[in-house]
Design a protein around this ligand. Structure first.
Ligand SMILES: Cc1ncc(COP(=O)(O)O)c(C=O)c1O
Length: 447
């Protein structure tokens, strides 16, 4: 058991003044277990009671270089000396925009925002403006942030509520979303080219965009089957639909050019956030000039008080320089692959049927006997055993999300020795859990 005294004292106070004592629903574990973190450095975090963890959550992705990176912090410190927000353009914004356009294939023009939610919301608006159509396709198990339009059939949605595969039901995430919004969203299973083709053929005249996470950053990092993203590109070209990549998790993580580079498919518009700022709040949406040029006063609305602020721009500028100067992400992929292979070997040795998922820089795994290619397939996964393994690791100082929907995130600071240590702890955890579940197999969620 981890020591938990100070954390509980702080959290008891939190519950009195913050809803559920947290700033995001996803951070809530329960009244006596919700973690309280004190600090992070590199690939490690320490909680309020001084328990130390190798961190594979990394704030759910942003810390691509590691916590409290000195190069980024120095750049931020220097920038804030001259003020942070001016309600005006600054040269630093232009410099960062130029660097992104150079780094990301097909990126011609962009706008800055502060969060991934804003970036996907504005991507959708400009796609609607460009096409004069109002609906969009999103895929089940994908999360595009907290705006109403996207809060349907995410990875928070009950697997048994999604309807028939041929005629999926768009499931609202919680209360408070106007009923009418559902009319604007068409949800489909990921990796189902036939479904996309069928729906687009029937309804292309009302579909502005297909919005897709190129790898399911909120459903075990599941990657597109070969040809799926290219097929989306083809269908969008054929029917005048805007292809939007939600690269909030994949951007500046899978490769310098994100999923566009890693998978060789160029969307019309992409949304970025997380890794671009290494923990500072910065987001971008952009892509084809012809579409992005529509944004402007009296034409297509976009604004944000904090968009392009000096603190975020300085952080992004530093991150982009580091990524451009050294093969951070290629090195990450080597260590990520080693981690993936090591985890898989340990699971095989323990006779636990599994599927390794995700790009090496954002990997995951499922306890399953059947191949999983979309969110519906997560029904084949054994949550109970996965969560028990990950909880055992957490209690022994390795913290990846205790939920297979969230992939593991690697950063530059995860060196070989931390990977070794992780694998050792994983082996212990699998052994301990296997003793409690001697006949564990996949299929835990299939009732
Ligand atoms: C794929 C994806 N899109 C959008 C978002 C929303 O980003 P933010 O939390 O910065 O609003 C997230 C957040 O996790 C995400 O994973």
């Amino acid at each position: 058991m981890l020591k938990r005294e100070k954390a509980q004292q702080i959290y008891d106070r939190a519950m009195k003044v913050m809803s559920k004592g947290v700033s995001s629903n996803f951070r809530y574990w329960g009244p006596t277990t919700t973690p309280v973190v004190a600090r992070g450095k590199g690939a490690k975090v320490w909680d309020a009671d001084g328990n130390e963890f190798i961190d594979y959550r990394l704030g759910w992705g942003p810390m691509i270089l590691g916590h409290a990176d000195e190069r980024v912090n120095q750049a931020v410190h220097a920038a804030i000396e001259d003020g942070t927000i001016f309600a005006a353009c600054t040269e630093l914004e232009v410099i960062v925009a130029e660097k992104i356009c150079n780094m990301v294939p097909g990126m011609e023009m962009l706008r800055f925002a502060s969060t991934g939610t804003e970036a996907t919301m504005h991507s959708l608006r400009v796609a609607r403006a460009y096409t004069g159509r109002e609906k969009f396709i999103k895929f089940e198990g994908q999360y595009h942030g907290m705006h109403d339009y996207a809060l349907f059939s995410t990875a928070s949605s009950n697997l048994k509520s999604l309807g028939a595969r041929r005629s999926p039901v768009a499931v609202q995430v919680g209360s408070g979303i106007p009923k009418g919004i559902r009319d604007y969203v068409i949800t489909l299973p990921f990796n189902d080219s036939e479904a996309v083709e069928r729906v687009v053929k029937e309804r292309y005249w009302e579909i502005a965009a297909i919005m897709v996470e190129p790898a399911l950053g909120n459903s075990a990092g599941l990657e597109a089957e070969p040809g799926f993203l290219a097929h989306l590109r083809k269908v969008c070209d054929e029917y005048g639909i805007v292809l939007i990549f939600d690269e909030v998790k994949t951007g500046f993580r899978l490769a310098n050019g994100g999923a566009r580079e890693a998978y060789g498919v160029i969307s019309d518009i992409s949304a970025y956030a997380k890794s671009l700022g290494n923990g500072y709040p910065v987001a971008v949406f952009g892509g084809r000039r012809e579409i992005m040029e529509l944004i402007g006063p009296g034409s297509v609305a976009h604004a944000g008080t904090y968009g392009g602020n000096a603190l975020s721009m300085a952080a992004a500028n530093a991150v982009l320089d580091i990524l451009a100067a050294s093969p951070v992400l290629a090195n990450l992929a080597k260590r990520g692959q080693r981690l993936k292979s090591g985890l898989s070997e340990i699971l095989s040795d323990a006779d636990l049927p599994h599927q390794m998922t995700g790009h090496p820089n954002m990997p995951g795994f499922l306890i399953t006997e059947e191949k999983v290619t979309d969110y519906r397939g997560m029904a084949h996964h054994n949550d109970e055993v996965y969560n028990a393994i990950l909880f055992h690791m957490y209690e022994h100082g390795v913290w990846a999300e205790i939920d297979a929907r969230e992939p593991w995130f690697l950063c530059e600071a995860h060196d070989e020795s931390l990977i070794d240590e992780t694998l050792n702890r994983f082996q212990d955890a699998v052994k301990a859990v296997k003793a409690n579940y001697p006949h564990a197999s996949g299929g835990g969620n299939q009732a």
